[in-house]
Design a protein around this ligand. Structure first.
Ligand SMILES: Nc1ncnc2c1ncn2[C@@H]1O[C@H](COP(=O)(O)OP(=O)(O)OP(=O)(O)O)[C@@H](O)[C@H]1O
Ligand SMILES: [Mg+2]
Length: 372
């Protein structure tokens, strides 16, 4: 058992707040990804969990025990930071064995454990080499081996595969995930890459400017972002955004696209959400993902109209950029066989169930609030 609870955590460096009012529970054996742009406080959060940094305020509970004031060496946590370093004069074997050796374990036990870890990481063939004779990927595995050999309660990984090339990174994603499952530890994994977060996380915690924005399973965060920041940060290509204005007509609410006045009719639950908060004329941002838009012949009704100006062929699908009146661009994901000629006038319809609405002032999602 090793769950980690972060309660009302603040971290200040002089008058700069790097982490603000963080409340987060990492469940036993969970793979939690901490995701956010550079400088948002990810490494600082991880350093506080590890004990390398003390929080300015708040509590850290590991496995039911308050460890807030305990030093790193007193917490049963292993970590691998952004710039991991192997001991250059030691072989891969000796690097992996190092933590057990310093704990004074006997030789045969150490040997057994190094072999177990090397087998898990598939690096048996490089154990005799020194770091400078290893490829980048092998070095990462050896560094991971050194973390895992202690059978820690929790494993903290700070962008551990950040420097590898794209194809290899994707291989490492599934390998690391497998490793996490096999080792049975609770893992917190930091990245600024949303694709990596989506593919690896049991849950994703999104941070921005020292503040936790949303925690949820990948699909939850992707399909129901809590605010405009999360909506913009997750997904590639990203969500489309349209400036709309609330129109009240008798008892019903609809939305006008401010670009060309196109009116769209929305679900009752969205109408209710709007009615509760806003008046006629209020500006809202409509968000819709590229796969929730469909191209139709240009004479289709109940749709947006625009002109195709870029087509990206991705093999199994195409991303089509359509320019609407007023200069707004919609990106639509279509199957590869759909005809898309640059310059063609087309209509676009929306999957209304997937329409998300955001307050144009504070960026909060109306849909998220309705569901939570
Ligand atoms: N020891 C320190 N003293 C002063 N400011 C610090 C210190 N450590 C971190 N910061 C500041 O706190 C903020 C958060 O830093 P942190 O390293 O946690 O960001 P990050 O999310 O890990 O970013 P990156 O993706 O670039 O690694 C940054 O603005 C950083 O400059
Ligand atoms: Mg960092």
């Amino acid at each position: 058992m090793a769950d980690i609870k972060l309660k009302d955590i603040y971290k200040r460096f002089n008058d700069f707040t790097a982490v603000s009012n963080l409340n987060l529970e990492i469940r036993d054996k969970e793979f939690l990804v901490l995701l956010g742009p550079s400088g948002c406080g990810k490494t600082t959060t991880l350093r506080m969990i590890s004990g390398l940094e003390l929080p300015s305020e708040g509590q850290i509970i590991l496995d039911g025990e308050d460890v807030t004031k305990k030093r790193a060496s007193q917490r049963d946590i292993a970590f691998m930071f952004q710039l991991f370093a192997l001991y250059p004069h030691l072989t891969a074997y000796q690097n992996i064995a190092f933590p057990l050796k310093t704990q004074g374990e006997n030789k045969s036990f150490i040997d057994e454990e190094v072999k177990r870890i090397a087998n898990l990481l598939q690096i048996e063939h490089v154990l005799k080499r020194k770091p400078k004779q290893l490829s980048g990927g092998d070095m990462q595995r050896v560094a991971l081996g050194r973390c895992l050999i202690r059978k820690p309660k929790a494993l903290l990984l700070d962008e551990p595969i950040g420097t590898l090339d794209a194809k290899f990174r994707e291989e490492m994603w599934s390998e690391l995930k497998k490793l996490h499952v096999d080792s049975g530890s609770t893992s917190v994994y930091v990245t600024h890459d949303q694709m990596e977060a989506m593919s690896m996380g049991d849950r994703i915690a999104v941070m921005d400017k020292a503040v936790l924005q949303q925690v949820g399973e990948p699909f939850e965060v992707y399909s129901n972002p809590r605010n405009l920041f999360v909506a913009k940060f997750i997904g590639s290509p990203g969500m489309n955004f349209l400036d709309m204005q609330v129109v009240s007509d008798g008892g019903s609410i609809s939305l006008n696209f401010t670009g060309d006045g196109t009116r769209i009719f929305i679900s009752e639950s969205l109408q209710d959400g709007i009615k509760r908060r806003y008046k006629e004329g209020r500006k809202l941002v409509l968000g819709i993902r590229p796969e929730d838009l469909t191209l139709e012949p240009s004479d289709a009704v109940n749709s947006f109209h625009g002109r195709i100006y870029v087509v990206e062929n991705m093999g199994n699908h195409k991303i089509v950029d359509i320019e609407l009146a007023g200069g707004t661009t919609l990106r639509v994901r279509v199957p590869p066989k759909v005809k898309t000629e640059i310059g063609d006038n087309v209509a676009i319809t929306f999957n209304m169930e997937m329409v998300r609405l955001f307050d144009s002032e504070d960026g909060e999602s109306i849909v998220y609030q309705e569901h939570s």
